[in-house]
Design a protein around this ligand. Structure first.
Ligand code: PRX
Length: 566
């Protein structure tokens, strides 16, 4: 029997207080995600249960019980406190998926600071933009990423502490502090910060069409949604071994790669290594993974290798599969039934929503290609893009919109009230995506409603790429747009006008690609560059990405008279 039981019954009289009661939270009282993910599970008598089964690409493995998680997170929290870091300050985690990342996340929340996880593949410029914007005071990192931090630290007046988890103090410079988890004393008693519902918790950076990335500000109350959606949608149960593929640099990796499973007291496995079909199957086999939360790009890569590879491994432990981040093609759902005897359950949500909002539930018939139905407690609709009224017509495409007010919705963008206000119309929160609803209430994704590029489930903002491109000495003008891709769904394509004295060439193309890869990330690197003598612009001189994008997708350019007036 799944945790959710009947979707229809759960909808009746649903109230988020269900989660509050299960977690023993009293409105107005204390609520600290770090405590819920560690101390509370120990208080329930599960201290000896494994919280984390960790393995890296070389096969080095470590195991942590909930009691280890409790004590080690206390150790890190006490250490950070000892450095003088105050509640409310932003502490960045900039690491590969090492145990310190997961335990550090819990620790930072326990001491009342705001945790700012950043993807470790970010180059120095992407890192700088986000640390500068958040006025981050401390960064916890690994030796391999230290050169990027050193390069930008003088441009970060608020950054006081650089903590390195895998290098002795003797190898570090002034302002850098070594912390070694293996050698750190296990701290049994730590006074957890008395956060309440609205205390800031996690700051995730996400990309929009305009401007630099925005800091999506979550609060401790978000755990109410994350706990319950993990329980009902991922169907996490006491004996599960859960595996989430996402990196905690992105919201899936924190909401469902840390908070959801640990708030439910479930054992989770982490593989600190990139994609590899056989490596992944071997991991599932070895750890007897039961619930697997993955992403369409990974599933497409697995599909490409065929069912025969899957047959070489014993994957019989799997019992529930889910996916997020991009549209999950119907073929992938059908293929997974063939390969694993189970269908992937698509889930739709965003950094801003903090939890799944439209999803397929265990026990509910899946319509392959559909994102499913709204989670109980989420009021969703699709709006007419001109009137912002619900379309109220079966199959009509409109903007996905949500009624604000569920627990894990962000409370704003860091230092950017206008950017946040622009996400609302007529009392609805606008996701920035288009979809239709069928007669059974299932949602069908159509596409994004803006210029953000979704590459392998990661959002990349065109503005950030264009700004970085302009820093290259040869580039006069640039536009970054999505280009369809069979595996990654979309990849970045850049249109570039060169400065006088520069000629298009393959070498220059490669040089510019590498320039972006190093400064921003491999995700943001254009896979293709088209040199163009000019770029389509509005009368006010704004580059019309939409025209370029329509060309890439082979779509009609449509009415550009309005764009011309922008
Ligand atoms: O465009 C939608 C797409 O990813 C966006 C959210 O990205 P991010 O904030 O980085 O969070 C990613 C993981 C929660 C959405 O606005 N997206 C997410 N899930 C789906 C999806 N597109 C289609 N189908 C999905 N299931």
């Amino acid at each position: 029997m799944s945790n959710i039981g009947s979707y229809e019954e759960r909808l009746q009289g649903f109230d988020w207080s269900i989660a509050e009661q299960e977690l023993g939270y009293t409105p107005g009282g204390r609520i600290n995600i770090g405590w819920y993910c560690s101390d509370r599970i120990c208080d329930l008598g599960l201290g000896q249960k494994h919280a984390l089964l960790w393995e890296d690409a070389q096969g080095v493995a470590k195991k942590f019980t909930y009691d280890d998680l409790r004590c080690y997170s206390n150790s890190i929290a006490a250490f950070l406190q000892g450095l003088g870091i105050q509640p409310g300050e932003r502490v960045c985690l900039f690491m590969d998926r090492v145990p310190e990342l997961y335990i550090g996340f819990v620790a930072i929340l326990k001491m009342g600071a705001v945790v700012q996880p950043l993807f470790s593949a970010f180059g120095d410029e992407s890192l700088w933009t986000r640390l500068e914007n958040a006025q981050t005071t401390a960064i916890v990192t690994q030796k391999k990423h230290l050169p990027k931090v050193r390069k930008i630290k003088d441009k970060l007046p608020y950054l006081k502490h650089i903590i390195v988890v895998d290098a002795p103090q003797t190898t570090l410079r002034e302002g850098e502090t070594s912390f070694n988890l293996d050698e750190a004393p296990k701290v049994d008693v730590f006074e957890v910060y008395p956060s309440t519902a609205e205390t800031p918790s996690v700051l995730h950076y996400t990309s929009g069409t305009t401007g630099q990335p925005k800091g999506a500000q979550h609060v401790h109350y978000s755990i109410i949604s994350q706990y319950l959606t993990a329980k009902w949608v991922l169907d996490l149960q006491a004996d599960d071994i859960y595996w989430c593929n996402a990196d905690p640099g992105w919201v899936t990796g924190t909401s469902y790669g840390i908070i959801g499973p640990w708030a439910n007291g479930v054992t989770q496995a982490v593989l600190d290594s990139g994609f590899g079909t056989e490596r992944w199957y071997a991991f599932i086999q070895k750890y007897r993974i039961t619930v697997w939360y993955s992403a369409p790009t990974a599933i497409r890569l697995l599909m490409r290798e065929g069912t025969e590879v899957a047959r070489k491994y014993d994957l019989s432990s799997l019992r529930h599969l889910a996916s997020v981040g991009e549209p999950l093609n119907a073929e992938a759902v059908i293929w997974s039934q063939e390969a694993y005897g189970l269908q992937f359950h698509d889930t739709f949500w965003q950094t801003e929503t903090g939890c799944m909002v439209i999803t397929n539930y265990p026990g509910m018939p899946i319509k392959p290609g559909s994102m499913g139905k709204p989670f109980p407690g989420i009021t969703a609709t699709v709006l007419n893009p001109r009137t912002f009224e619900p379309v109220n017509q079966v199959g009509m495409v409109g903007l996905i919109a949500l009624r604000p007010g569920w627990p894990s919705m962000i409370r704003g963008y860091w230092n950017n009230p206008t950017g946040y206000a622009n996400k609302f119309a007529n009392g609805w929160y606008l996701c920035g995506d288009r979809a239709s609803i069928d007669r059974d209430g299932y949602y069908w994704f159509v596409g994004r409603d803006d210029d953000v590029i979704n590459t392998g489930g990661h959002l990349v903002g065109p503005f950030e790429i264009e700004s970085a491109l302009l820093e290259h000495p040869a580039v006069a003008e640039s536009a970054a747009v999505a280009k369809p891709d069979p595996v990654n769904m979309e990849v970045v394509k850049a249109f570039i006008t060169l400065k006088p004295g520069f000629e298009p060439s393959d070498d220059l193309e490669l040089e510019i690609m590498n320039f972006i890869r190093k400064r921003l990330s491999p995700l943001a690197m254009p896979q293709e560059i088209e040199f163009s003598p000019g770029l389509p612009k509005t009368r006010s001189g704004k580059i019309m990405r939409r025209v370029l994008r329509a060309r890439e997708f082979g779509e009609p350019v449509g009415d550009i008279s309005t764009l011309m007036d922008e």
